[in-house]
Design a protein around this ligand. Structure first.
Ligand code: GLC
Length: 787
């Protein structure tokens, strides 16, 4: 496929012979077929093929295909066909196939450009008009701007060592491809997903400012159009279509330490010891590629004698061990994993002669498991159980674009063969799903071996729907300030692309970090879903203590804050699993009618109630923070601000600006050195007065799969007009909370407190303006009045 839009396509052309189905309409043209169907009142699917019938091949991305029947009206007139639900409609012109998608009030959300929508020999293309005031978000993992309007993006998973925020043509791709975008215009949101795992090229108004042009190298035009109108409606529906993230083990929310590589057992144990000695909380330690015997997957090398003993010892100190797992299997005839893989016919085939394809990765000449095949995935899972038997608690799937050092294209040849679950396909047609299918093999394999333990899988590569199998970390960034600021927009856009659990290398991977950069990065990342420090081989040490006492103290403080916020964070993870709502949210998630909030890509919300404004410039000790409507408190000083304006926040090195929404209920717990070290049963409920507060309190056992079978506890906690109400607990899990310690911030006086009508003792501290009292927990409704 030529990577530009200069070659025109053969357009859809005049449509005729309508076939009206129950919830669909299919039309013919001399150039192919067009079909519009209704999946939900706010979700339409538009398919166009140059062939005589549509492909029967299932999708790798879509996990829901059994949509309930809903009322839809289909109408064909002389010049147009229309399909309508109570939420909106798609109208197609019979003259030229032009599509117009509008909401129930007639607001046009998408207008196709008919002469730019169609096929050519080696590509298919669709184009829509862009309006002047339209902003675009999502697209999964991208560098550069927050708003993707004006970007050219290639969806082709690639190992980009050292990605750059600059929009450089050679860096149009990253490791992850999610061809899904959210459009926001005049406070209304809509979404578009083109489901095709071959190469896609999108121009979001760069070459022609008024056109959103999309091209894929093969297959059909297969678009899902989401009507919104809220961003949350679009993402909820998109994640209903492509699946939501399962819950990770609770420890995966803790701080994690990595490096390429901790090369020996002694060094790993030393790092573990330092964490505990210095009382810097940490849950996870990583073993990068040096743990293996000459990079042979599923082995431990000489520098890791008695790995099971080491891992068990670390576990006693509260550390979980995660190992890197790369797809390339060393082509060594004596290597057991290879031998069994060959026997299982598990590898991707060369186009010629049906032999296994040989590429090159860390182990040298290697074969690539065909993860698109269920048998291969099962075999891989069985091999992976070697690590579980040694006590490994999670799998870090790297290099799974897949990376290949043997070719300038850095991946498998286009014409390699996959014997996929859905039949034989060449690599180019399915490239972008390889990494996601590896993650699937890893997750399913982990569950096959230990069915009641929550898997923890990290992946570098992915495609739409990857969130069902793994979380995403954003690969090889650099220890430069630009990459700290770029990380914010990357995570926000990933988060609204279905991948709520995401994060990046804290401190930067390539090159040496500096104390100031590490501090600022730690401060920001303490509020991102995934919180892992990682650094490249030959770089200086990057652990929280590597830069002296002051840097260490600041890092510790923010890591501790993260642990204190665990109940708040965990409730957000549960919400992400339930609805697809991100954990780390762009301001437009809650304030899409406010153009200043839509544009604010250098700050973010953690849930609905905390606003995080990272410092991303060297030497900066203050920054402007945009506060959306409502009242906000400075988390550190307690000062109150009215929203709808930017304020100047002071940020000496030890402070990153954090604001809390008036009305917020923020549950916090005691600092622990690792998750579960010392659960006191006391939850501090910080109430910030002024507005209305809602907290969806959530608990489960944190480790097993029982959350899928009712082993959860949910309860609504609300705070309004001085009244704190705990709804009745629901679910099969027994709360571990013994005491709610209510902490009213910015209290004006030592008021009276009535709990279920009875007066309870409350302490007022004039200096800190905190009013505190305790409520013993009970599953019944609790009402606390602050008079
Ligand atoms: C890749 C990964 C990086 C890892 C390195 C060695 O560059 O992105 O995180 O440390 O490989 O395994």
């Amino acid at each position: 496929m030529r990577e530009d839009f200069s070659v025109p396509c053969k357009p859809v052309a005049r449509l005729y012979a309508p076939q009206i189905g129950d919830q669909s309409i299919t039309l013919r043209s001399k150039n192919g077929l067009l079909q519009i169907s209704v999946l939900a009142p706010d979700l339409f699917r538009v398919r166009i093929t140059a062939g005589k019938k549509f492909s029967q091949r299932p999708s790798w991305a879509v996990s829901k295909t059994d949509w309930p029947h809903i009322p839809a009206r289909v109408k064909v007139a002389r010049n147009m066909a229309k399909i309508e639900t109570k939420q909106g409609r798609v109208v197609v012109s019979l003259a030229d196939g032009a599509l117009s998608v509008s909401d129930k009030s007639g607001n046009v959300l998408f207008t196709s450009i008919p002469h730019k929508t169609g096929f050519e020999k080696d590509f298919c293309q669709a184009a829509f008009s862009l309006e002047d005031d339209e902003s675009l978000f999502g697209l999964g993992e991208t560098t550069a701007t927050f708003n993707k309007r004006g970007l050219i993006r290639k969806f082709w998973n690639i190992d980009v060592l050292g990605h750059s925020p600059a929009i450089h043509p050679s860096l149009r791709s990253l490791y992850v491809s999610i061809p899904f975008a959210i459009s926001i215009r005049n406070g209304r949101a809509a979404g578009l997903f083109w489901d095709n795992p071959a190469m896609q090229l999108w121009d979001l108004g760069q070459l022609t400012q008024t056109d959103w042009q999309m091209r894929t190298a093969s297959g059909e035009i297969d678009l899902y159009l989401f009507l919104g109108p809220q961003v949350s409606d679009v993402v909820e529906r998109y994640t209903e279509l492509t699946g939501r993230m399962p819950l990770p083990p609770r420890w995966a929310l803790g701080y994690q330490q990595c490096r390429y590589s901790y090369e020996t057992r002694a060094r790993v144990e030393e790092v573990a010891h330092e964490f505990r000695k210095r009382e810097i909380p940490c849950d996870v330690l990583y073993l990068d590629i040096h743990h293996m015997r000459e990079y042979r997957v599923f082995t431990f090398g000489k520098t890791f004698p008695k790995p099971a003993e080491m891992i068990a010892k670390l576990a006693r100190d509260g550390f979980k061990t995660v190992t890197i797992v790369d797809p390339g299997v060393k082509d060594d005839a004596a290597f057991g994993v290879l031998k069994r893989g060959i026997k299982a016919k598990a590898f991707v085939k060369s186009p010629k002669g049906g032999k296994d394809y040989l590429g090159k990765v860390w182990p040298g000449v290697s074969r690539f498991p065909d993860f698109l095949n269920a048998r291969t995935r099962k075999w891989w899972g069985e091999e992976q159980s070697f690590l579980q038997k040694n006590g490994v608690a999670g799998f870090w799937n790297d290099m799974n674009e897949p990376a290949n050092f043997a070719l300038p294209t850095k991946t498998l040849p286009d014409d390699c063969i996959h014997e996929s679950d859905f039949g034989r396909v060449n690599h180019a047609q399915s490239h972008n799903v390889y990494g996601m299918q590896m993650a699937r093999a890893s997750r399913d394999g982990a569950l096959a071996h230990t069915p009641d333990v929550r898997p923890f899988v990290i992946t570098r590569a992915g495609y739409a729907g990857v969130q069902r199998h793994a979380m995403i970390w954003t690969g090889d960034n650099s220890s430069v300030w630009d990459h700290l600021s770029d990380a914010i927009q990357m995570f926000l856009n990933l988060s609204v692309s279905g991948v709520a659990f995401c994060g990046g290398d804290v401190g930067g991977f390539m090159d040496n970090t500096t104390p100031e950069l590490l501090i600022r990065w730690m401060q920001m990342a303490a509020f991102t879903p995934f919180f892992r420090n990682h650094s490249n081989i030959h770089t200086i040490n990057q652990e929280p203590w590597a830069f002296g006492a002051k840097a260490e103290a600041i890092c510790r403080r923010y890591i501790e804050l993260r642990y204190q916020l665990l109940p708040y964070l965990y409730a957000l993870f549960a919400e992400a699993r339930r609805t697809g709502a991100p954990i780390m949210r762009p301001l437009f998630w809650h304030y899409q009618n406010d153009p200043a909030a839509v544009a604010a890509g250098d700050q973010f919300l953690l849930g609905a109630d905390m606003l995080i404004a990272p410092i991303v410039k060297q030497g900066a000790t203050a920054r402007a923070v945009y506060l959306p409507e409502g009242d906000w408190f400075d988390y550190w000083s307690g000062s109150q601000f009215t929203g709808g304006q930017a304020v100047l926040a002071h940020a000496p090195l030890e402070t990153m600006p954090i604001f809390v929404r008036a009305g917020a209920i923020i549950p916090m717990c005691a600092i622990q050195q690792y998750v579960g070290e010392n659960e006191t049963g006391v939850v501090n409920l910080h109430l910030w007065p002024g507005g209305h507060g809602n907290l969806n309190w959530y608990e489960d056992d944190g480790n097993t799969m029982s959350y899928e079978n009712g082993g959860i506890l949910e309860r609504a906690i609300t705070f309004k007009d001085g009244e704190l109400v705990f709804g009745k607990s629901a679910g099969g899990f027994t709360s571990q909370v013994k005491t709610w310690r209510v902490i009213l911030r910015n209290a004006e006086r030592a008021g009276k407190v009535l709990v279920n009508g009875k007066k309870v003792a409350a302490k007022f501290d004039k200096q800190t303006r905190v009013l505190a009292f305790e409520i013993p927990n009970s599953p019944e409704r609790i009402n606390a009045k602050l008079l």
